[in-house]
Design a protein around this ligand. Structure first.
Ligand code: AMP
Length: 310
């Protein structure tokens, strides 16, 4: 049997009302923009293992793209996405049109101003308002018990956490750790834009974060040392990041400049030249003594980078 696909809000609402009547039916929700890869399918599989019903949304949200960004070229592969959703245990794909989500007259914007201007927000004005608006709308349609988001977009997770807390959306936000290629590059729908040469250059990102991870695992706690190490690896590949910041992991509220005494996130964004274009890639590591995160740091610090001489 093929997976159910809903394109209308009301059909989605009706389907969920009919299918969640049984006692103890928990709904898990994985919002995506499609072009699904192993990062997305890990979220879907986790939701399927923790809930009776898993909904995946596939919606390329125009409100989160800036005027100079790649909305029209964003990769789309809907049939394959549906097959992947089904193969990883999802029950329904919600794939509305832009008009269905934003009918004429739609005027509301959801914004988390404390978090939408830092890090990626500084370089992508309006992006996180677009994200917060579509996620609020989707949560209101799906009303999930649990919603799954990737650590790769750490700032997005924090914005959605804040949004749900402030607006009383009764969903648990589950953050799933970043899924990486064998050489450490975080999986991203945008990786398809990398030429073979740019793909090699992009290895500098996990290599840089991996070196900082190793320093942290070895006991280094000075923010400047960790930051300088990342910048040096990138510089060796002639790369200068858009930002490379260590912030408090709890809520990203403070940039950490001195000694790390609480859990932190080291987040960076890098434009990678790729033929005629530049591909903007983001990545982060959680600097925490918690054993789960230490394991992630160790894994990344051991990734073998061909030609690594630094
Ligand atoms: P997107 O389709 O890019 O909007 O991503 C949909 C969801 O998948 C978001 O919660 C992302 O954070 C998550 N995601 C994307 N790439 C990865 C990855 N490499 N590892 C884990 N989660 C990811």
């Amino acid at each position: 049997m093929s997976i159910a696909v809903m394109t209308r809000r009301q059909d989605m609402i009706d389907f969920l009302r009919d299918h969640s009547k049984k006692p103890n039916t928990k709904i898990g929700f994985v919002p995506t923009m499609g072009a699904l890869h192993a990062g997305h399918t890990t979220l879907i599989a986790q939701s399927a293992s923790e809930n009776q019903l898993t909904v995946v949304s596939v919606f390329v949200n125009p409100k989160q793209f800036g005027p100079q960004e790649d909305l029209s070229k964003y990769p789309r592969q809907f049939r394959q996405d549906c097959d992947l959703c089904q193969a990883h245990g999802a029950h329904v794909v919600f794939a509305p049109t832009v008009e269905e989500m934003y009918p004429p007259g739609f005027a509301t914007q959801v914004s988390v101003p404390t978090l939408n201007r830092i890090l990626c927000g500084e370089h992508r004005p309006g992006h996180f308002d677009g994200v917060a608006t579509v996620v609020a709308l989707l949560l209101n349609i799906v009303r999930p018990d649990r919603s799954y988001f990737g650590q790769k977009d750490y700032q997005q997770v924090q914005i959605i956490r804040r949004l749900c807390l402030d607006m009383g959306f009764p969903t648990k936000i589950v953050m799933v750790k970043t899924i990486r290629e064998a050489d450490g590059l975080a999986l991203s729908s945008r990786n398809v834009y990398l030429t073979p040469e740019a793909r090699v250059l992009a290895q500098a990102i996990p290599q840089a974060l991996g070196k900082a991870a190793k320093l942290y695992c070895d006991g280094e706690r000075k923010a400047s040392v960790l930051r300088d190490c990342v910048l040096a690896v990138l510089k060796a590949h002639s790369l200068v990041p858009q930002y490379a910041e260590i912030r408090l992991a709890e809520d990203l509220s403070q940039r950490v400049e001195g000694v790390l005494t609480a859990d932190c996130v080291f987040a960076l964004a890098q434009l990678v030249p790729s033929g005629e274009i530049s591909v903007r890639l983001i990545d982060n590591i959680i600097l925490s003594e918690d054993s789960e995160w230490m394991r992630c740091l160790e894994e990344l610090s051991h990734v073998h980078i061909p030609g690594d001489s630094l």
